[in-house]
Design a protein around this ligand. Structure first.
Ligand code: S3P
Length: 426
């Protein structure tokens, strides 16, 4: 995919696709609830389709047509043993959340995924699930997928998680639905809370106090309707684009602005962004707003600590913005970026360097001296959707041509990404 600098402002209105985290959870929780769950504005990206495929293999009828999904749930104990390996594709959310559910079943399963998934750390779920009495094994013995899970009786625990990870927290809470007593998870900083909000919506008893979430076992989950808000992680690319290209004004409709996910907005406000939140509302416990974004000269910022989990997936595009902003941006406490779909710390550092940006990788983040013009370059996505999208946006302000190789991986979370980008350039 070859992209060139845009010579005109970006203008127009866009509805970004449904939130990936919420789409996964709606299919999973619908499957283990009784009766029909209707999901509107579902994200039909490859990751969420992996979740649908796994639950279909466990006997759940799921009708999907574009972004409309009907899940015919069979209740907490209604899943049946799959006759083949469950393939989670590129999706860490599918792998880790489903493992919590599978640990409490009466049957065994094996799950795996693509080359990236087979390198991502699963010890972070194997440890708490084992503490609950779960039987989960890394078949290669390296703490990664493929995983063999033998369903068994689980015990409630209080888990002090060493990482602020919604995937770990959700895995343990979902296993807690099948446990013999209450299960709680305490995190070092609060990660996204979609599981807590949506499980309550389906009828579970979930309480949250600060960085601790607790679930009671054996709830009677009832199918429900879920309207998925637009994904702020997808909106972030067009927020960045409008902020960077002089004269731009873009309206992004119905974006999820849950306070555990809105760190990117906070960071860009701190950098001097002109963004107005319009039509703010709450749908199923999830905050949404339309975002009116106008071109703004930005300056550097510091992003660290408890803010990191609230913008973890947006750090690649934030690094691009920081490269165009005046002054220095420091990102700390973001070592989790090394174990995402790719090593995003290494790849952002080397790829932005190849565009002429002064950037230094640190142990847990990066230091970016922004404000110099970007130069077009050849950038490999490493099959990481967020790398491909970040550099497609960087190309808008880079001199000459930018070539993104293996650019199609945007299908993981945003199949219409390049079309939406082109629509704002017209
Ligand atoms: C997700 C949680 C985050 C995020 C991922 C989606 C989720 O991962 O990076 O894209 O849906 O729970 P971690 O929990 O590993 O931080």
């Amino acid at each position: 995919m070859i992209l060139t600098k845009t010579l005109t402002p970006l203008r127009g209105e866009l509805t970004v696709p449904g939130d990936k985290s919420i789409s996964h959870r709606a299919v999973m929780f619908g499957s283990i609830s009784e009766g029909l769950t209707e999901i509107t504005n579902f994200l039909p990206g490859a990751d969420c389709l992996s979740t649908i495929s796994c639950f279909r293999k466990m006997g759940i009828e799921i009708e999907q047509s574009a972004n409309h999904v009907l899940v015919h749930g069979k209740g907490l104990h209604g899943l049946s043993a799959p006759s083949e390996i469950l393939d989670c594709g590129n999706s860490g959310t599918t792998t880790r959340l489903i493992s919590g559910i599978l640990s409490g079943q009466t049957f065994s399963t094996t799950l795996t995924g693509d080359a990236s998934i087979q390198k991502r750390p699963m010890g972070r779920i194997i440890t708490p699930l084992s503490m609950m009495g779960g039987q989960i094994e890394s078949l290669a013995g390296n703490g990664c997928a493929p995983l063999k899970i033998t369903g068994t009786t689980l015990h409630g625990i209080h888990y002090q998680s060493p990482v602020a990870s919604a995937q770990v927290k959700s895995c343990v809470l979902l296993a807690g639905l099948y446990a013999d007593a209450a299960t709680s998870v305490t995190e070092p900083a609060l990660s996204r809370n979609h599981t807590e909000l949506m499980l309550s919506h389906f009828g579970a008893t979930v309480t949250s106090e600060g960085v601790t979430a607790t679930v009671l076992p054996d709830p009677h989950l009832i199918g429900s309707s879920i309207q998925v808000p637009g994904d702020i992680s997808s909106a972030a690319y067009f927020i960045a684009a409008a902020l960077m290209v002089p004269g731009s004004e873009v309206l992004l409709k119905n974006v999820g602005v849950n306070p555990t996910r809105d760190g990117f907005l906070k960071a860009v406000f701190d950098m001097g962004a002109d963004i107005t939140l319009l039509n703010q509302s709450i749908q199923g416990g999830e905050a949404t707003a339309d975002l009116l974004v106008r071109y703004s000269p930005l300056h550097g910022t510091v992003v660290e600590g408890a803010m990191i989990p609230t913008l973890i997936d947006e750090i690649p595009i934030l690094a691009v913005l920081a490269a165009t902003a005046e002054g220095t941006t420091v990102i700390r406490d973001a070592q989790e970026l090394k174990v995402k779909e790719s090593n995003r710390l290494d790849i952002m550092t080397s790829s932005l360097s190849s565009m002429g940006v002064s950037i230094t990788a640190t142990d847990d983040g990066m230091i970016i001296d922004g404000g110099k013009p970007l130069q077009g370059a050849v950038i490999d996505s490493h099959l990481d959707h967020r790398i491909a999208m970040s550099f497609a946006i960087a190309s808008l302000v880079a001199e000459g041509e930018t070539e993104i190789t293996r650019a199609d991986c945007v299908d993981i979370s945003y199949p219409e990404f390049y079309g939406h980008l082109a629509s704002l350039k017209e």
